[in-house]
Design a protein around this ligand. Structure first.
Ligand code: ZN
Length: 90
């Protein structure tokens, strides 16, 4: 079990390596891949750290859990809307 730390702040930006990160709660857009490529799910009010240099967003563990949950739900919704369904009343 790794040592528990109070702050989950990443050491550096995962995109540009910058260390000037600011904690925010904001909308986190997720681009889908695979058969839902081109679709985007905007997850609202996600706790994350944003790089001041490039704007790259890194959700906190709690934020990431929320993103995973809502993306999963969003994918189900897209599948329901776009999936093949029997014609009604035919
Ligand atoms: Zn960056």
């Amino acid at each position: 079990m790794p040592k528990k730390t109070k702050s989950s702040k990443p050491a550096a930006c995962g995109s540009c390596g910058g260390t000037d990160l600011v904690r925010r709660i904001t909308t986190y857009p997720v681009m889908l891949t695979g058969d839902l490529e081109g679709r985007q799910i905007d997850v609202g009010r996600v706790a994350l750290h944003q790089c001041r240099a490039c704007g790259h967003m890194m959700p906190t563990p709690a934020g990431q859990a929320k993103v995973d949950r809502l993306v999963e739900r969003g994918i189900e919704l897209f599948r329901d809307l776009g999936g093949p369904r029997p014609p009604a009343g035919a």
